[in-house]
Design a protein around this ligand. Structure first.
Ligand code: ADP
Length: 614
C-alpha cells in the first residue's frame, strides 16, 4: 500500500516536473470521446445487424415453411411411386423401376408375408444331371482339351434340354480356351450360346449360364459386341433367372474390365446387398444405420424398405424445396442459418437457409466510414494541437526562466555597483588612486552587466527570429580572428581552408561564446587552441581547452537553455547558462552541428561542424 502511494506520488512529481498534465488532459479529452464514439457506433451497428437478422429470419422462416410443404408433396409422390411399382411388377423389375424413377438410393422389397424378395437368392438347384465321363476324363485326366471340346460340342448338339445344352457349350468354350484356341472359344459364346434358345438357361446353382460365359469370353479378349450384350442382359430386369448376387457380381466384373461401362442401378444394387444382410426393422420413421451415412424407412405399403444416403437424401430435399434451401442431417449445429424441421417422419433433419451471407447494409458501411473519418481527423487534430500546446508550453517555460534568470543574474552586478557608488559618494578626501580602483571595479561590473544583457538579448532575438541570417560565401579565418581578438589565444588553421556559407557575425558570436567558455572553465588560457580544419567535405572549427572538463552525463544537457553544471563556477565568470544554447541555435540555423569531447579534469574540445560552400 505504502509502495503504491509512493509510486503514485513519484509519478505525480515526474508529471508535474515535465509538465505532462496539460498534454495528458488534452489526450484524455480526445481519447474518451473517441472511445465513446467507437463504442456507440459498434452498439448501433450490432443493433442494426440484429434487426436485419431478425427481419431476414422472419422472411426465411416463411420460405422454409412453404419448402417443407413442397417436400411433403415430393415425399408423398416418392411413396406412391414405390407403392405402385411394388404392387404391379415382379420384384427385380420393381426394384429397377423404383431406383430409376423414385430417386431412392436403393430399396429392399418384400412380399405380403414380409419375406425378402429383392435382393433375391438364386433359384434352388435343379436336378437336371449333366455329366459325361468321357469328356470329363479327357479334360481333367488326359488333359486332351481339344478332344474334350469336341466331345462337349457333340453333347451340346445332342441335348434336348436348353440348360443341359448350354452347360455343354459352356464346357466346350472352357476347353477350347484351355487348348489355347481363344478365338474359337469366344466364337462359341458369341454364336452358339448367343442364340435366343439359351436366354434363360441356368446352371444347377441357379446362375444364368450365358451371362457367366460372356464374362469368360470378355476375359479372353472378346470384343464390344459381347460386352454390349452382357451389359444389356445385366440391365434387363425382366430376366427373372438372374438373381441379384450374380447380377451385382457380373456388373462389378464388367466394370473392372471395361471402366467406360456404366450401370445406373449398380450403386443401388451394392447398397441393397450391403443393407439386406442387416435385417432392419420396418418402421415409418427415417432412421440412420449407426456409424454410417445410410438412412432407412418403410414404404407406406409395407412392401419396401426405402434406403437413402445422407447426401443423396439432402440433394432430393434440396431439389424439392428449391430456392437455395439446404437440408441438414442431424446433429444440426449450424448457428449461422435459420432452420425448420423437415417433418415428424425425419427426426433431426432440418431445412436451412444460411443468413451469414446477408450483404452488408448501406447503413453499416456509412457508420464504418464515418467513424473512421472522425477518428482520423481527431487523431490529426490532436497531433496538431499537441504540437501547438507543447510549443506554447516550452515558450512559456523559456520566458519564465528568462525573467527569473535575468532578474537574478542582473541583481549581483547592480548591487555591487550600487555599493561601490555609495562608498565613493560617502567617502571624504578619497585619493586619486583609490578612486581609480573603485571606478575600475564599477567598470568591470558594468562590463559584466553588458555581457549578460547582450546574451539575454541575443538569446531572445534568436528565439524570435530563428531563420533570419545574412548568409553569404565567406572565408573561415576572419571569423576565427574576430572570435579570439585581444585574448592572445593560439590559432591553427589549414592553409587551403575551403569557404563556407555563413552569416559571419552570427558565427563569430557563436565561436566567441565557445572561446569565452574555454577561458571561463580553465585556469590557463594560454593552453587554449582554436583550430580550423577541413574534414570529409565539412569545415570544423574547434576550441580546445585544458580546463575542468565535463562528466559524460552533463555533455547531453549543457545545450539546454539556462543549464549550468556548476553555478558558482559559471557565475564567477558571468555565465547564465545561455551561451551554449545560443551556439547550438546559430550552428543549427547554418545547417551544421556542435560536438563535444570532454574528460573531467583534463579539458574539453567543442567543435562546430559546417558544410563547406559548393
Ligand atoms: P554559462 O553561461 O553558464 O557558461 P553555457 O551555456 O555557456 O552557460 O554553458 C553551460 C554549462 O556548460 C556551463 O555551466 C558549464 O558548466 C559547462 N561548460 C561550458 N563550456 C565548458 C568548458 N569549456 N569546459 C567545461 N565546462 C563547460
Amino acid at each position: 500500500m505504502l509502495a503504491v502511494k509512493k509510486l503514485i506520488r513519484a509519478l505525480g512529481r515526474i508529471a508535474r516536473e515535465r509538465e505532462i498534465w496539460p498534454v495528458a488532459l488534452l489526450l484524455f479529452a480526445v481519447v474518451v470521446p473517441a472511445v465513446c464514439l467507437v463504442w456507440f457506433t459498434a452498439a448501433a451497428m450490432r443493433n442494426e445487424r440484429l434487426a436485419a437478422r431478425q427481419k431476414v429470419s422472419e422472411a426465411y422462416l416463411g420460405q422454409l415453411i412453404q419448402a417443407q410443404a413442397r417436400w411433403d408433396r415430393a415425399w408423398e409422390e416418392l411413396q406412391l411411386n414405390v407403392m405402385r411399382a411394388a404392387a404391379s411388377n415382379p420384384p427385380a423389375t420393381a426394384f429397377a423401376k423404383i431406383v430409376l424413377s423414385s430417386n431412392a438410393s436403393s430399396v429392399i422389397l418384400f412380399d405380403e408375408k414380409q419375406r425378402m424378395v429383392y435382393p433375391d437368392k438364386p433359384a434352388p438347384p435343379v436336378a437336371k444331371s449333366f455329366s459325361d465321363a468321357e469328356a470329363s476324363q479327357l479334360e481333367h485326366v488326359a488333359k486332351d482339351y481339344a478332344g474334350a471340346a469336341d466331345r462337349y460340342h457333340a453333347l451340346g448338339l445332342a441335348a434336348d434340354d436348353a440348360d443341359v445344352a448350354a452347360r455343354a457349350f459352356q464346357a466346350e468354350a472352357r476347353c477350347l480356351a484351355k487348348a489355347g484356341r481363344k478365338d474359337a472359344a469366344i466364337r462359341v459364346v458369341e454364336e452358339v450360346l448367343g442364340q435366343d434358345r439359351f436366354l434363360g438357361a441356368a446352371d444347377p446353382q441357379g446362375r444364368l449360364i450365358v451371362a457367366n460365359a460372356e464374362l469368360f469370353a470378355l476375359e479372353l479378349g472378346a470384343g464390344d459386341l459381347i460386352a454390349r450384350r452382357l451389359k444389356e442382359r445385366l440391365l434387363d430386369y425382366r430376366l427373372s433367372v438372374m438373381a441379384a448376387p450374380q447380377r451385382l457380381f457380373l456388373m462389378r466384373e464388367l466394370k473392372a474390365l471395361r471402366p467406360e461401362i456404366d450401370f445406373p442401378t449398380f450403386a443401388a444394387e451394392a447398397l441393397a446387398a450391403e443393407v439386406s444382410e442387416q435385417r432392419l426393422p420396418m418402421q415409418a420413421i427415417m432412421e440412420r444405420i449407426p456409424v454410417t451415412d445410410i438412412w432407412h424407412c418403410a414404404s407406406w405399403c409395407g412392401r419396401a424398405l426405402i434406403i437413402v444416403r445422407s447426401d443423396h437424401f439432402a440433394a432430393l430435399i434440396r431439389a424439392a424445396a428449391g430456392n437455395g434451401i439446404l437440408a441438414l442431417p442431424p446433429p444440426v449445429d449450424d448457428l449461422g442459418s435459420v432452420t425448420y424441421p423437415l417433418g415428424s417422419h425425419f427426426p433431426g433433419w432440418r431445412l436451412a437457409l444460411p443468413v451469414w451471407k446477408e450483404p452488408q447494409s448501406n447503413t453499416t458501411t456509412i457508420y464504418l466510414w464515418t467513424v473512421l473519418l472522425v477518428l482520423v481527423s481527431v487523431a490529426v487534430l490532436t497531433w496538431l494541437a499537441l504540437r501547438v500546446v507543447r510549443r506554447q508550453m516550452a515558450l512559456a517555460r523559456l520566458k519564465n526562466d528568462l525573467v527569473a534568470t535575468a532578474s537574478h543574474e542582473l541583481k549581483t552586478p547592480l548591487s555591487s555597483m550600487r555599493l561601490l557608488v555609495e562608498t565613493l559618494l560617502d567617502a571624504k578626501n578619497l585619493d586619486e588612486q583609490s578612486t581609480r580602483e573603485y571606478l575600475q571595479l564599477i567598470a568591470r561590473e558594468n562590463a559584466r552587466l553588458s555581457r549578460l544583457t547582450e546574451k539575454f538579448l541575443a538569446f531572445s532575438r534568436l528565439e524570435r527570429e530563428k531563420n533570419v541570417l545574412q548568409v553569404k560565401r565567406v572565408p573561415v579565418r576572419p571569423i576565427i580572428d574576430a572570435a579570439v581578438r585581444g585574448r592572445g589565444i593560439e590559432v591553427q588553421t589549414a592553409p587551403d581552408l575551403p569557404e563556407i556559407m555563413a552569416d559571419p557575425d552570427a558565427l563569430a558570436a557563436a565561436l566567441t561564446n565557445l572561446v569565452e567558455n574555454a577561458c571561463k572553465y580553465s585556469e590557463h588560457s594560454d593552453l587554449i587552441v582554436v583550430r580550423g580544419a577541413a574534414r570529409n567535405g565539412s569545415v570544423v572549427l574547434s576550441v580546445e581547452d585544458r580546463g575542468v572538463g565535463l562528466e559524460p552525463r552533463e555533455v547531453k544537457k549543457i545545450f539546454e537553455p539556462f543549464y549550468q553544471v556548476d553555478q558558482t563556477l559559471s557565475r564567477k565568470g558571468g555565465g547564465c547558462g545561455l551561451g551554449l544554447s545560443i551556439v547550438d541555435s546559430i550552428v543549427k540555423a547554418h545547417g551544421g552541428k556542435v560536438t563535444v569531447e570532454s574528460q573531467p579534469g583534463r579539458g574539453s574540445t567543442f567543435s562546430i561542424i559546417l558544410p563547406k560552400a559548393t
